[in-house]
Write a protein that binds this ligand. Structure first.
Ligand code: PMP
Length: 289
């Protein structure tokens, strides 16, 4: 079955979905994107993703001229065209073709692409999309400081994360620190850990992408009466924690079983939050109670 992508307003078969070699997204990584999940045909946390995309575009001074509704329509059309109810969705907006100069021109004809890929069902009857729990390794590569690239912006520039991943030898996600040495996040995920005093996660006052899944998990933890703190933590705090897990849109809540080679037990707080997350998906997207 051919998958259809949405490119600049048209649905096109994946094999024919192309953008120009002069596109600034290709030349410079000059673009914004969001990764979303559709559950039962419904986009989970669409408003939060749309807001973050707007913030990213503001940070890049990228005025693409498309409304939130127009973007959503393109995603919905792509899901319908492929008959995908449960899917990975990526929406990318680049500054388009502007040959010859690094300086962005204010008049933008953006390149807008929607990519989709089928995923298993989520929610209470769902199955995880990852093969198993994650293993974490502290890497040398540091998070780009906010003063160079605002951490809250989700841009096409993933080289720091790619370099961090190339350092991994016996782990599948990197524990990335900021320039001061505090834990920031993974390369495509936010980091949480559990101690006697409750649930902890690096604060977005540091160079941390404000993950949409992170925000949902924080809300669920508070509702469940789990004490939550956001702060600046050394990697040893993660290594010595009772439980560690990662969050992102695709993985949802993914347990971690080792940090820098030290085993971490799968634990009850991670299991509870994972179940509460599934319940939230079931209720908001599959019409559950
Ligand atoms: N940090 C980084 C660097 C990421 O790329 C991602 C994935 N978008 C996340 C955290 C998790 O964010 P979200 O929960 O919105 O997918």
């Amino acid at each position: 079955m051919t998958t259809y992508y949405h490119v600049d307003g048209d649905l096109v078969p994946r094999a024919e979905a192309t953008v120009s070699v002069d596109d600034r997204g290709f030349r410079y990584g000059d673009g914004a994107f969001e990764t979303l999940r559709a559950y039962g045909g419904d986009l989970f946390e669409w408003a939060a993703h749309a807001e973050r995309l707007e913030r990213t575009c503001d940070a890049l001074s990228l005025e693409h001229g498309l409304s939130r509704e127009a973007l959503r329509d393109r995603i919905d059309e792509t899901l319908v065209a492929n008959d995908f109810a449960d899917a990975y969705v990526r929406l990318s907006i680049t500054r388009g073709v502007q040959p010859g100069t690094l300086t962005p021109r204010p008049a933008v004809e953006p390149t807008v692409v929607v990519y989709v890929k089928p995923l298993p069902r989520g929610g209470l009857e769902g199955e995880p999309v990852y093969d198993g729990p994650a293993t974490l390794q502290t890497v040398k590569a540091r998070r780009v400081p906010d003063a160079s690239l605002p951490a809250a912006a989700k841009t096409h520039n993933y080289l720091p994360g790619i370099l961090a991943r190339t350092e991994l030898y016996d782990a599948d996600e990197a524990l990335v620190r900021d320039l001061e040495g505090y834990v920031a996040e993974g390369t495509t995920s936010n980091v949480f850990f559990v101690t006697e005093s409750g649930l902890h996660t690096p604060t977005t006052a540091g160079p941390v992408l404000p993950g949409i899944t992170r925000a949902v998990v924080l809300e669920l933890a508070e509702e469940a009466g789990i004490p939550v703190s956001e702060g600046f933590y050394e990697p040893t705090a993660v290594r010595e924690a009772d439980e560690v897990f990662l969050t992102n849109t695709t993985w949802e809540v993914r347990p971690v079983t080792s940090v820098d080679g030290l085993a971490v037990d799968a634990g009850p707080v991670t299991a509870l939050l994972s179940r509460l997350f599934d319940k939230r998906v079931e209720r908001t997207c599959y019409g559950g109670t």
